[in-house]
Design a protein around this ligand. Structure first.
Ligand code: ACO
Length: 321
């Protein structure tokens, strides 16, 4: 028994911000950003909220799947940029789309979040607890990015993606692996509120994303090929049998490094980061939705999904579409 993706959806903010726009904000250049990252533009919220973007993506996924919101049993939202500490985004989305029967909650594994949420849905279905799930990844990272820091503000974008999954007897998710390395958590972090109560008042170090870009880069190029190989070994599938590698969209050079280590042609690594930047947990489901709507995903195709990011967290799964 497994789960099969039966519908996809995504939503991006209206405002597209180009590298040229960023040249007006920080000391950078379109050439530098494109050469070092592959990114040309990203979408930035000028009013869309994480809940509204994620709800739109979920509604599109339901429509694409031909399912009704009220039939969904589990609604998971992966995010690391909620507007509210409570209630969780998944409950706000549940209310917005009318998924009244679903158990709804959030999951934070940063850029691996969507993949970990998909694996969670798999485990529930495999255990016989639920028959279906709506799994989303959404971010409005623009509110936790320091717009004076050229090392990070050029990288990130806002958006949301979602999939509807259902129990299946054949195909679907063939296997997954997920790992965490909390000891290296400081290389990419964003603090929440400082401790402040009648007994203590500690100043906050920073409310923005802090990143050691080189460490993150090295981690991704080393661990992602290894975790992909691990899931391929688990499922008995060879690198050459994989039709598409749908990876977290962080940096074109990271994707090229991973392809090289796997000895796989780059044309099997679809990208949209040039247009949308790094959307953390939204990256994989948005790319999946774009591929689906372009008709590039055919029944029987073997896909590898792989996410990696803050935590540090990383993982991969194999899907027979
Ligand atoms: N424009 C122009 N110059 C810049 C910019 C910029 N936007 N940002 C940094 N620089 C400068 C630096 O100040 C430095 O100058 P110096 O040599 O005078 O000190 C120089 O460029 C080189 O800086 P590096 O940080 O060494 O540049 P690098 O080649 O490593 O590229 C980058 C930086 C793009 C951030 C790269 O390290 C990277 O992509 N790392 C991975 C980051 C990532 O993907 N993070 C997210 C993944 S996990 C997740 O998705 C949450």
């Amino acid at each position: 028994m497994s789960i099969k993706v039966i519908g996809t959806g995504s939503a991006l903010p209206k405002k597209q911000v180009t590298n040229q726009d960023l040249e007006k904000l920080v000391e950078t250049s379109d050439e530098w950003i494109r050469e070092r990252t592959g990114i040309s533009s990203r979408y930035i919220s000028t009013g869309e909220t994480l809940a509204s973007l994620t709800a739109d993506a979920c509604e599109r996924a339901l429509e694409n799947a031909g399912r009704r919101a009220e039939d969904i049993e589990l609604l998971l939202v992966a995010t690391c940029s909620p507007e509210r500490e409570i209630p969780c985004v998944a409950c706000q989305v549940q209310s917005a789309i009318g998924a009244d029967c679903a158990a709804a909650y959030d999951l934070n594994a940063a850029c691996s979040g969507f993949l970990f949420a998909l694996n969670t849905a798999y485990a529930y279905v495999e255990a016989g607890i639920y028959q279906n799930a709506l799994v989303a990844g959404g971010e409005v990272l623009s509110k936790i990015v320091d717009w004076t820091d050229r090392g990070t503000c050029i990288l990130f974008g806002d958006g949301a993606g979602a999939v509807v999954v259902e129990k299946c007897e054949q195909g679907g998710v063939l296997g997954f692996v997920q790992h965490s390395d909390g000891a290296r958590g400081d290389v990419l972090r964003c603090d929440s509120r400082a401790l402040k109560n009648p007994y203590v008042d500690r100043p906050m170090e920073t409310e923005f994303v802090l990143m050691d870009g080189r460490q993150v880069f090295a981690f991704a190029v080393r661990q992602v090929p290894a975790v992909i190989q691990e899931v391929l070994d688990q499922t008995g599938i060879k690198v050459e049998d994989v039709d598409l590698f749908v990876l977290h969209q962080a940096n074109q050079r990271i994707i090229e490094g991973i392809a090289k280590k796997l000895k796989a042609d780059l044309d099997r690594f679809p990208v949209n980061l040039d247009r949308v930047g790094n959307m953390s947990s939204a990256a994989i489901p948005v790319l999946l939705d774009e591929l689906n709507r372009q008709g590039r995903l055919k029944p029987g195709m073997k896909l590898v999904l792989s996410g990696f990011g803050a935590g540090l967290t990383y993982g991969a799964c194999v899907i027979e579409w």
